[in-house]
Design a protein. Structure first.
Length: 218
């Protein structure tokens, strides 16, 4: 939690990428916490906060264009694909619109959502298939599309966005310099401020960089 979040007044959510305000990725603010001290800096100064031998762990998961428009029997729907499951199904959230404030609560097991060039079949609530459907946010769903889901999303999907982001931004705005393995429904945002130049500076100053892959859901 940042200091901002503790202040009275409206929430300070990022409604656009910093580049839209004329900032570079690494010019966003950085909160530095040390024993007995909290101070504000900018992310570009991260190398100055670390010492040779320190370790920075980065996430190599890349963001999917995980939002797809669909049509159910009662009207339009937006599908947010959250995660691929071991049996080939997907955990998904169905919303009534692109930037709706919450999920639909009248989804039923067995219904079909028509997608561009394919369809989605609702199976059971996820992760508890015995959960009350009216209180379920995520569903286990089966996608019937022409090819592998990540490739399908490249052609028909867009990045997931919520009401506090009023405009559409390309997938590149939701991608980190470390992203190699597509799988995150939403951007692994802690890595967004890094740039190639900043990573080079860290490595040449003796800071170790270790990759992990952790896909993030909705």
């Amino acid at each position: 939690m940042t200091v901002e979040a503790l202040q009275p007044g409206p929430p300070r959510s990022a409604g656009e990428p910093p580049e839209a305000r004329g900032l570079a990725r690494d010019e966003v603010r950085l909160l530095v916490g040390r024993p007995g001290e909290i101070r504000h800096s900018v992310f570009r100064d991260l190398p100055a906060q670390l010492e040779p031998g320190d370790l920075v762990v980065v996430n190599t998961s890349a963001t999917l264009a995980a939002a797809v428009d669909g049509e159910r029997a009662s009207g339009p729907v937006t599908v947010h694909l959250s995660a691929a499951l071991p049996d080939g199904t997907w955990a998904a959230e169905l919303r009534p619109g692109r930037r709706a404030s919450g999920p639909l609560h009248d989804v039923v097991a067995g219904e079909t959502v028509t997608l561009p060039g394919g369809r989605l079949q609702v199976v059971v609530p996820y992760p508890d298939d015995e959960a009350d459907p009216a209180r379920t946010r995520l569903w286990r769903c089966r996608l019937v599309v022409p090819d592998a889901v990540p490739g399908y999303l490249v052609r028909h999907g867009r990045p997931i966005a919520y009401a506090y982001v009023p405009d559409d931004w390309p997938l590149a705005s939701y991608t980190t310099v470390f992203g190699r393995e597509p799988g995150s429904a939403e951007m692994p945002s802690a890595g967004r401020p890094f740039t190639d130049a900043l990573v080079t500076e860290l490595v040449t100053s003796g800071v170790a960089v270790a990759p992990v892959t952790l896909h993030t859901g909705v």
